[in-house]
Ligand binder design. Structure first.
Ligand code: C2O
Ligand code: CU
Length: 451
């Protein structure tokens, strides 16, 4: 007989507050945070537990909380107007769901998220395996990107059309766990499970671990065959996560660097990794690093139904569409030329979603296998996220992926085509959108129904 799940209770209160993002002599930054913190508190439970989270809205606008990457009942997904009424100022909503997958997840509002997340509302949600692999330290880094003024205030230009139509709201200040990082002290021989969460509105990270040994053991919370990060670089689009087994081989006193290489003309040193004077052990431990599998259902590619999804729009979109031979698509017809009401600049199968987009553009038969073939006919990268499910990334530009990774958010490069596969086993209406939050706000979203 199965025991009743252990209930783990939390409360979250999004509200305006202050955070010291940049060190003295800069002043503290007015932010919006959960429980007065940026990022919000790390919610941590064990796989199989039931979470009960009471959210009280301390903002003076409506909000919700979405549990990014979790496979949970539709009514708990935190999407305003689609899965729940938004939480009015001063009101409370209780979320309750079981932690069926172990892994690294996060939470954030889904109401006007380009501003609410951009002002600091985001936090880690960690679900521990029953038997996690042995490590010396388990460390979470929530990466964020801020557009700050001279006096460390958040620039008040949310929704600028330049950001909407280009690469999103890129900032000028990167933080780890709400602070501009300085040094990360490690010991020779130490093994660290590093959980990376990209909570930025728009910034892509490509972290080069250099002479540290970085092996990827999970992406978007889901275990993957452990493998060295390609060229030592871990790429994370907005909303994506990676669990890294970090081995620290250098001598005491050494300083190494972790460098961000995502933007060619703007590489920067994220932080210094300083080796403490006392070594822990001469060589990295030989402990097992693979994670136990989560209970995901394997899609049957032979029986899968295929669906085409085309992304168009944005600056220079018409040019890319012409080059790809897609001159009939949405942005040419209805968008750039037709003049769009409501600021729609990005299109999913020809439609730029406006306001509360409740009608599904695609229905997936429940419990069947499906392949979504996605084409990015734009000049920009898009991290595409499906709620309520994890999917396997099976091909890129027609080439089978090596690891067939499970993801909930897949980064698609300009002109790239990506196939993902899943069993649609979670009924309901689910958001499907770009996680560059300015793109989402400018139309790049839709609803996929599983029924
Ligand atoms: Cu991170 Cu629609 O969500
Ligand atoms: Cu996008």
């Amino acid at each position: 007989m199965r025991a009743e799940p252990q209930i783990r209770s939390f409360s979250l209160r999004p509200a305006p507050g202050q955070a010291r993002l940049v060190p003295e002599p800069y002043p503290a930054t007015p932010v919006w945070g959960f429980n007065g913190q940026v990022p919000g508190p790390e919610l941590r439970v064990r796989q199989g537990d039931r979470l009960r989270i009471v959210v009280t809205n301390g903002l003076d606008e409506e909000t919700t909380v979405h549990w990014h990457g979790l496979r949970l009942p539709n009514a708990m997904d935190g999407v305003p107007h689609l899965t729940q009424k938004p939480i009015a100022p001063g009101e409370t909503f209780t979320y309750e769901f079981d932690a069926i997958d172990a892994g690294t997840f996060w939470y954030h509002p889904h109401q006007r998220s380009f501003e609410q997340v951009g002002r600091g509302l985001a936090g880690p949600l960690i679900i521990d395996e029953t038997n996690p692999p042995r490590v010396d330290r388990d460390v979470t880094w929530l990466l964020d990107d801020w557009r700050l003024t001279q006096d460390a205030a958040i620039a008040d230009d949310f929704g600028a059309s330049m950001d909407m139509s280009h690469a999103g709201r890129l900032g000028n200040t990167v933080t780890i766990n709400g602070r501009v990082p300085d040094v990360f002290v490690v010991r020779q021989g130490e093994r660290i499970r590093l959980r990376l969460i990209n909570a930025a509105n728009a910034r892509i990270f490509a972290l080069d671990f250099g002479d540290l040994s970085a092996r990827i053991i999970a992406l978007d919370g889901q275990p993957i065959t452990p493998h060295a990060a390609p060229d030592g670089v871990v790429v994370l689009g907005p909303a994506m996560r990676a669990d890294i087994m970090l081995d620290c081989p250098a001598d005491p006193g050494t300083t190494l660097q972790i460098v961000d290489r995502a933007y060619r003309d703007n590489e920067f040193n994220l932080l210094d990794v300083v080796f403490d004077d006392t070594p822990l052990r001469a060589a990295p431990p030989e402990w097992e690093i693979a994670l136990p599998a989560n209970p995901l259902v394997e899609p049957d590619l032979n029986a899968a139904r295929r669906h085409e999804i085309l992304f168009t729009g944005g600056m220079m979109g018409a040019m890319v569409e012409r080059q790809m031979g897609l001159s009939q698509s949405g942005s040419m017809m209805g968008g750039m030329m037709g003049g769009v009401v409501g600021g729609g600049m990005w299109f999913v199968n020809g439609v730029a979603a406006e306001g509360h987009m409740l009608d599904p553009f695609l229905t997936l038969e429940r419990d069947a296998s499906h392949v979504l073939h996605m084409t990015n006919a734009t000049a920009f990268d898009h991290p595409i996220h499906l709620h309520g499910h994890s999917f396997r990334v099976i091909s890129r530009d027609g080439v089978r992926t090596e690891f067939r990774e499970w993801q909930d958010t897949v980064l698609i490069a300009p002109r790239e085509q990506v196939e993902i596969a899943l069993v649609a086993d979670n009924p309901g209406d689910w958001m499907f959108h770009c996680h560059i939050l300015e793109h989402q706000a400018a139309g790049m979203m839709g609803v996929i129904r599983v029924a």
